[in-house]
Design a protein around this ligand. Structure first.
Ligand code: GUN
Length: 284
């Protein structure tokens, strides 16, 4: 079997069109455009690219973009004060602090300081708690984007065994909660897991989010399964590759995401959706 590709570029374009149409309708109704504040601290090259793309997409769907580029020497107090200002600013519906922050800054208290109604990343304990309780409000972008991809191919979650590889706060943990919410039976594998191959062999849905190139061998993949690769690893050759051995996995799976062009585009599309939702809820 050669797996069909799940086209994240196409699905994310549909999401962006939906958001754009809803923004247009708001403006026609005399309402304001959603406002998204994106904060970048320091000069991490990957973060600079992510932030540039977020701001570009934000403007392309008609949002107001609020941009804050702070030097690598920014202090915790400076960031706290910026977050307080953005929380109080009625034109800002969403606040995103690009991670990782430089090592002298402590991200957790800053993420906690963002008002949960403006937490478009879905990282605030309130929003994660709501997801745990099966009443999600603002949801972490990458896992919610992956659910949209899985829905787009008509995934049957109930009765399926889903394996999430990686237990990060940004992807792995909320991904497991999203899949549980859909009715799948969940396993989360992480650095201490023994016999990863054995778990992969039983996974009807595999989400690989470990950040380790080629960690998942193609021969482990369950025939007929769906493989979602969140990995974005840059090899010494400059080539981007995922956590899954793509060519070999493609020969066994029924569906697979490419890297790039799979999960990546869904993260920003979901961010836009979250910002619009945050705006519509506040609707002032
Ligand atoms: N760094 C890597 N992924 C993300 C994300 O989804 N949101 C933020 N804020 N930072 C990130």
């Amino acid at each position: 079997m050669t797996a069909k590709l799940i086209d994240g570029r196409q699905v994310s374009a549909t999401v962006r069109e939906e958001v754009s149409a809803r923004v247009k309708k708001r403006l026609q109704d005399g309402k304001r455009a959603p406002g998204l504040a994106v904060v970048l601290v320091g000069e991490d090259p990957a973060s600079q690219i992510y932030v540039r793309n977020k701001r570009r997409d934000c403007e392309s769907v008609g949002f107001a973009s609020f941009q804050y580029d702070l030097g690598a020497d920014a202090t915790q107090v400076q960031l706290e004060s910026l977050i307080d200002d953005l929380n109080d600013n009625p034109e800002v519906d969403g606040i995103l602090i690009q991670l990782p922050l430089p090592p002298h800054l402590d991200a957790d208290p800053l993420l906690l300081r963002i008002h949960p109604d403006k937490d478009v990343d879905g990282f605030h304990p309130y929003n994660l708690g709501r997801l745990c309780q099966r009443k999600p409000e603002l949801r972490p972008c990458t896992p919610a984007g992956i659910i949209r991809l899985l829905d787009s191919i008509g995934t049957n979650y109930k009765g399926a065994h889903a394996l999430v590889v990686g237990a990060s706060n940004i992807v792995g943990r909320p991904m497991a909660l999203e899949l549980l919410l859909k009715g799948a039976t969940i396993t989360v594998a992480h650095r201490f897991t023994q016999d990863l191959a054995g778990y992969v062999a039983q996974a009807d849905i595999l989400v690989a989010a470990a950040g380790k190139p080629g960690l998942i061998k193609g021969e482990w993949v369950k025939p007929g399964s769906t493989v979602i690769d969140v990995g974005m690893n840059r090899l010494d050759s400059g080539k981007l590759c995922g956590d899954v051995e793509f060519d070999a996995a493609r020969e066994r799976a029924a569906w697979i995401t490419p890297v790039p062009g799979g999960v990546g585009p869904m993260t920003i599309a979901t961010l836009l959706q979250n910002a619009l939702e945050a705006c519509e809820r506040r609707d002032i």
